[in-house]
Design a protein around this ligand. Structure first.
Ligand code: ATP
Ligand code: F1X
Length: 306
């Protein structure tokens, strides 16, 4: 079973405002609400790619109930732990530019954390665990490291998509898979990464510094760079009209896992990952399986290995 863990889920409120003016009453021209948070998005896209998963994490209050109901409607299995307080609301404001306000997590108690560890204690070597998104303020930034160390003893494959201090901590655990975007890779190494060549160069440096099995660097419209000890590859993006960037990175992680678990050749795994990311970027909401299949044909994979 693939388990996705979202420590900090959210109701995503996506609102379009034309001619937005700070300090004025602005009226929305379009709005939508989604059950969000990175792990939950990975579960949604896995479902679309016909891969079963179970969503884990902390939810609470009326917003938590909304998330539970949405996942039930989409027939996504979940085993959330109930917390006191409301799951956060994340505002994605679409004006001429996109701005985001990500809300505050409810308090996660020691008891909540013990319940999570108890759940994770049941994972087996055939299971996959996806750790995605931010760590709530009331939880130590070393939580992902603790979880990885805990499940590693049972050979569970762990895929991580996080940023900031939590990502820094994860690097010490010999991660199996991480997907920073190029800004997150730059922050990790305290360098600047703008081009595909720089991503490949600094990605290789990251592999020299830390024991990473699969490093996937997403670069928005510039595609993605994949690095392992044997391969350095670049995938282009298919052309299309970008209407939504929320969840594009999570879709990419889901695409990679889906292809990897199917045992596809690495080039095809990478193409599935990028097609899922771009498919979501081109959709209102998330990519579909058909869209991923058709976009895959227009993705070029080249080896950057000398
Ligand atoms: N302009 C674009 N054109 C085509 N595909 C895109 C574009 N922007 C994003 N994508 C797709 O989404 C993937 C992930 O994008 P990005 O690097 O922005 O991830 P991210 O920063 O983790 O995203 P987010 O946090 O917004 O989900 C890209 O590798 C690509 O497949
Ligand atoms: O605050 P975090 O946990 O880093 O990111 C949360 C979030 O921005 O990520 C998803 C898109 O990737 C959204 O569904 C959600 O609102």
């Amino acid at each position: 079973m693939i388990y996705t863990l979202t420590l900090n889920p959210a109701v995503d409120y996506i609102v379009n405002v034309s001619n937005f003016e700070i300090g004025q009453v602005n009226r929305a021209s379009k709005e939508s609400k989604f059950a969000g948070g990175k792990g939950i998005n990975v579960s949604k896209v896995l479902t679309r790619l016909e891969k079963e998963s179970t969503a884990l994490g902390f939810i609470g209050g009326f917003t938590g109930q909304y998330i539970q109901t949405s996942l039930d409607k989409e027939k996504i299995s979940s085993e959330f732990i109930q917390v006191n307080g409301d799951t956060r609301i994340n505002v994605k404001l679409k004006t001429e530019e996109e701005s985001e306000i990500n809300g505050i997590s409810p308090t996660i108690s020691e008891e909540n954390l013990s319940s999570l560890k108890e759940q994770l204690g049941h994972l087996k070597s055939t299971d996959v665990l996806v750790l995605a998104g931010s760590v709530p303020d009331t939880v130590s930034s070393s939580i992902y490291t603790e979880i990885i160390d805990m499940v590693k003893e049972r050979n569970v494959k762990v895929f991580v998509d996080t940023s900031g201090p939590a990502l820094k901590e994860v690097m010490k655990t010999s991660p199996f898979f991480i997907k920073p975007n190029h800004h997150e890779l730059a922050e990790l190494l305290d360098v600047t990464v703008n081009t595909v060549e720089e991503a490949a160069h600094f990605g290789k440096k990251a592999l020299e510094k830390w024991d990473i099995t699969h490093l996937l660097i997403s670069m928005a419209g510039k595609g993605a760079v994949y690095i392992s000890k044997d391969e350095v590859m670049h995938a282009t993006v298919p052309s299309g009209n970008v209407v939504n960037s929320v969840g594009a990175g999570d879709s990419m992680v889901a695409g990679f896992i889906a292809g990897f678990e199917e045992g596809l050749p690495l080039e095809e795994v990478l193409a599935t990952a990028v097609a899922a990311g771009s498919g979501t970027a081109f959709s209102n909401g998330f990519c579909t399986k058909d869209l991923v299949h058709s976009l895959k044909k227009n993705i070029k994979i080249t080896s950057l290995q000398q």
